[in-house]
Design a protein around this ligand. Structure first.
Ligand SMILES: [Zn+2]
Length: 155
């Protein structure tokens, strides 16, 4: 027994987000209920190593939506350090997505509208001061995914 064993154990915990693969795939996305919020990519929770530490586990929730590999490294560091402003930004972004998902689902289910029609309606009524916005083409594609997921749930 030496101190090195102890250190090794500490940083040798399997990452609970990617289950040690270093990569978040569709199975992980479904398991963590992040459909429409994440796409498969290297795991940001363990930075692709598949391993994590007790400190990380105690400080950062494994399913925090905002922590993804496409964020700048400085932003990832702020999340890991529990920076309130950064965490709030993450919450706002998730809320924005959830509202958009609900908006698209409602118009699809109640009015049987297609993705393009919903996108145009959304853009016409979008608040000028909205914190986030999506370009029309990307919005149509995203709404199409929302509809596809809803369809698969209904079947
Ligand atoms: Zn991981």
């Amino acid at each position: 027994m030496s101190i090195f064993n102890f250190l090794f154990k500490k940083s040798n915990l399997e990452c609970p987000r990617c289950l040690g693969k270093g990569f978040v795939d569709w199975d992980d996305i479904r398991r963590l209920n992040k459909q429409l919020k994440w796409v498969p990519a290297p795991c940001a929770y363990c930075n692709g190593s598949g391993k994590t530490t007790e400190e990380m586990l105690s400080k950062v929730p494994v399913d925090i939506t905002y922590l993804t590999i496409d964020l700048p490294e400085s932003e990832i560091e702020k999340i890991k350090n529990g920076d309130e402003e950064t965490l709030e930004k993450g919450r706002q972004k998730e809320l924005f997505l959830e509202n958009l998902i609900k908006y698209a689902q409602d118009h699809y289910l109640n009015n049987n509208m297609d993705a393009e029609t919903i996108a145009d309606l959304y853009l016409r009524t979008e608040n000028e001061n909205a914190l986030f916005s999506i370009e029309r083409e990307n919005l149509i594609q995203y709404i199409q995914e929302i509809i596809e997921l809803k369809k698969s749930e209904l079947n």
